[in-house]
Write a protein that binds this ligand. Structure first.
Ligand SMILES: N[C@@H](CCC(=O)N[C@@H](CS)C(=O)NCC(=O)O)C(=O)O
Length: 212
C-alpha cells in the first residue's frame, strides 16, 4: 500500500515529498494547481475541502493535511530514521515549537498574499496587505533566527524534519538573498540540509535549481 501525495513543484508539498523520500516510503505523486482554474481548484477541494496542498492520502485511505502535522506524524512513525527527536528527547520541545511557529505564523501569511481578495474586497488595499505580510514574514524569521541553535542543524548534531521545513521555506518570500543575509545561523542549517543527496534531488525537481 502506498501513500498518495497531492503536490506542486516548490509548494508546501515539497517538504512532505522530501520526508517520504528520506524515509524511503513508497508514494505516488499527483500534480495539482492549487492556484489554477476554477475547475482545477474544485479538483483539489474534492480531496482537501480547504483547497490546499500538501494533501497526503495514507495507505489506509485516510486523508492527512497540514504540513507540520504530516512531518511530525511521519517522523514519529519511523523513529529508526532519526529525523525527529523522540517525545522524551531534550530537543523535542524546540522541534514542536518551531515547526508549529512556522506553520501558524509564517506559512499562514501566504493564504493572504495568494488571494488578498479573500480578506479584503477593496483592491486598492491589497498592496498594503502584501507589504504588511512581507514585513511579518521577515519578523518571524528574525524571531526564529534569534532562538538558540547549537548547529550544524537547528536542533544540534542531527538533521531533522524541522531543517527540511526551514530549507523549503527559505526558497519562499522574502526569498534566499534576504534569508541568507539576515538569518546566518538558520542559513547554515539550510546549507547543511541541502547538501544531503536526497534533499538535493527533491529540490532539483521542485525548485528547478541547484540546491545551494
Ligand atoms: N496550513 C496548511 C497551509 C497549506 C497551504 O496554504 N498551501 C498552499 C500552497 S503552498 C495552498 O494550497 N494554497 C492554496 C490556497 O490557499 O487556496 C499547511 O501547513 O499545510
Amino acid at each position: 500500500m502506498k501513500y498518495v501525495l497531492y503536490r506542486a513543484n516548490g509548494f508546501g508539498s515539497t517538504c512532505v515529498e522530501a520526508a517520504l523520500e528520506l524515509l524511503n516510503l513508497p508514494f505516488d505523486r499527483i500534480d495539482v494547481e492549487v492556484l489554477g482554474s476554477a475547475q482545477e481548484r474544485a479538483r483539489v477541494r474534492a480531496v482537501n475541502p480547504a483547497g490546499q496542498i500538501p494533501a497526503l492520502v495514507l495507505p489506509n485511505d485516510d486523508l492527512m493535511t497540514e504540513s507540520a502535522g504530516i512531518l511530525i506524524y511521519l517522523g514519529d512513525l519511523h523513529p529508526e530514521a532519526g529525523l525527529a527527536p523522540t517525545p522524551d528527547a531534550p530537543q523535542r520541545p524546540d522541534y514542536l515549537r518551531w515547526l508549529l511557529f512556522l506553520s501558524s505564523n509564517y506559512y499562514s501569511t501566504f493564504a493572504i498574499t495568494d488571494g488578498p481578495e479573500r480578506f479584503l474586497a477593496d483592491e486598492r488595499q491589497h498592496p498594503d496587505l502584501l507589504t504588511k505580510s512581507l514585513e511579518r514574514r521577515k519578523q518571524f524569521w528574525k524571531i526564529m533566527e534569534d532562538g538558540v541553535f547549537p548547529g550544524p542543524y537547528i536542533l544540534g548534531e542531527a538533521m531533522s524534519l524541522l531543517d527540511v521545513y526551514v530549507a523549503m521555506m527559505s526558497h519562499w518570500s522574502p526569498r534566499r538573498d534576504w534569508f541568507f543575509e539576515h538569518c546566518p545561523r538558520l542559513s547554515g542549517a539550510v546549507r547543511a540540509t541541502e547538501a544531503h543527496p536526497i534533499i538535493r534531488s527533491v529540490w532539483k525537481r521542485n525548485f528547478a535549481l541547484e540546491a545551494v
